[in-house]
Write a protein that binds this ligand. Structure first.
Ligand SMILES: *Cc1c(COP(=O)(O)O)cnc(C)c1O
Length: 379
């Protein structure tokens, strides 16, 4: 059996190796490394895939979030509401820009931002909401967009983990994750559902003016060459990464389907274990399983993780510390105990390997290893 990994990038690469080699060679042959035709091509292909008017490629997902906030003209002191249960990048860029991160708790079943808590956190200083489509399914965009409309707020979707997921509105129409808010942001970090072979990211928007602003921000605040109307950043997707992404985009649905199949297998194997709560799939979104995250209740989660690792089955804790308890984000406004759901989840969650290359034998070993521990350690 092949070694089990959280993400098996090598096996995935082996299947597209020839095509990738050719396209990268093509970039080398033309030497159009920056803003070359591969970047434009991928941009157009992704716009088509997402059914969104504008894709603005950039250097990584963290930059995408930062550029979105800059393009929206958010100013120091403005409050931005997001979830405490997420990867740090979301709050990091809020803080970096001198904006005020306002954290809220999440839902214990879906791990997604609690929209009722968002509503309660809105003040006269609130300018934006950043819902995070954590682990691969969309936050409740229907509620979030209506809160934003009522209170005149911007919405930036953090879709770093959800590319390919779609959100279903009550009236029956659906939209791709990241194409609903004023901006959607994603990451092409290698382990993401659509990952390149280095760093990459993008913003999405249906608003022509905002798209133009973001394009200026990513390019040193420059509209006309060497004339800088505002302070920008340097954030580009390079041509080699764009070539890789263009190929991988044609496989994205198939990769996501393989993740869903693995998730279905896990669900089935754990359904009789009351100590193991399988991830809830919300009704209004599809789930592309960037992570398959269990809640472990009544057996020692850390001992279970050690048992998995000891048997060559990787298992990770996403995320062990909610943002309000992170040293860098200590703030007089927050204390331990303020966000009980996120704090509880940090003690309960454990993510299993999930990617496009898991075979039956590997899946069986993962579930057998977990089951053995639970059955031997139940109280
Ligand atoms: C990965 C990730 C990011 C940041 O993406 P990078 O490309 O690594 O900068 C932001 N938000 C979430 C939720 C992520 O998972």
């Amino acid at each position: 059996m092949k070694a089990i990994q959280m993400v098996d990038l090598k096996s995935q690469y082996e299947k597209i190796k020839e095509e990738v080699g050719k396209r990268i060679q093509g970039v080398l042959d033309t030497s159009a490394y920056i803003n070359g035709p591969e970047v434009k091509r991928f941009q157009t292909e992704l716009e088509e895939y997402l059914q969104v008017k504008h894709v603005i490629p950039c250097a990584n997902g963290t930059d995408a979030l930062q550029v979105a906030m800059m393009a929206l003209g958010l100013k120091p002191g403005d409050e931005v509401i997001t979830t405490t249960f997420t990867f740090v990048a979301t709050a990091e860029v809020i803080a970096l820009l001198g904006l005020v991160p306002v954290l809220v708790d999440c839902d214990e079943n879906s791990f997604l931002i609690d929209t009722e808590a968002v509503k309660n956190a809105i003040t006269s200083k609130t300018k934006a909401i950043i819902p995070v489509h954590l682990f691969g399914q969309c936050a409740n965009m229907e509620d979030i967009m209506s809160l934003a409309e009522k209170n005149d707020l911007f919405v930036i979707e953090d879709g770093a983990q959800s590319i390919g997921a779609s959100f279903n509105f009550k009236d029956g129409h659906s939209k791709q994750s990241g194409t609903i808010g004023h901006f959607g942001c994603t990451s092409f970090f290698p382990s993401k559902n659509l990952g390149c072979y280095g760093d990459g990211g993008a913003l999405f928007t249906n608003d022509d003016t905002l798209a133009e602003k973001a394009r200026v921000v990513v390019n040193h605040g420059m509209k006309v060459r060497y004339y800088h109307d505002e302070v920008g950043v340097n954030s580009r997707l390079d041509s080699i990464q764009a070539a890789v992404l263009s190929i991988k985009l044609t496989h994205l649905n198939e990769y996501n389907d393989a993740r869903i199949a693995a998730a279905n297998h896990y669900d089935e194997e754990f359904k009789d274990l009351e100590e193991v709560i399988t991830p809830t799939r919300v009704q209004n979104s599809s789930h592309v399983f960037h992570q398959y995250t269990l809640r472990i209740i009544g057996v020692d989660r850390d001992a279970l993780q050690a048992h998995m690792m000891g048997n060559d089955v990787p298992a990770m804790i996403y995320y062990p510390v909610p943002l309000h308890m992170q040293k860098a984000y200590q703030d007089d406004r927050y204390q331990d105990g303020d966000f009980p759901i996120a704090e509880q989840l940090a003690k309960e969650v454990m993510s299993l390997p999930i990617h496009s290359e898991l075979d039956k034998e590997q899946l069986q070993k993962i579930t057998d290893t977990l089951r053995a521990f639970v059955l031997n350690n139940r109280s």
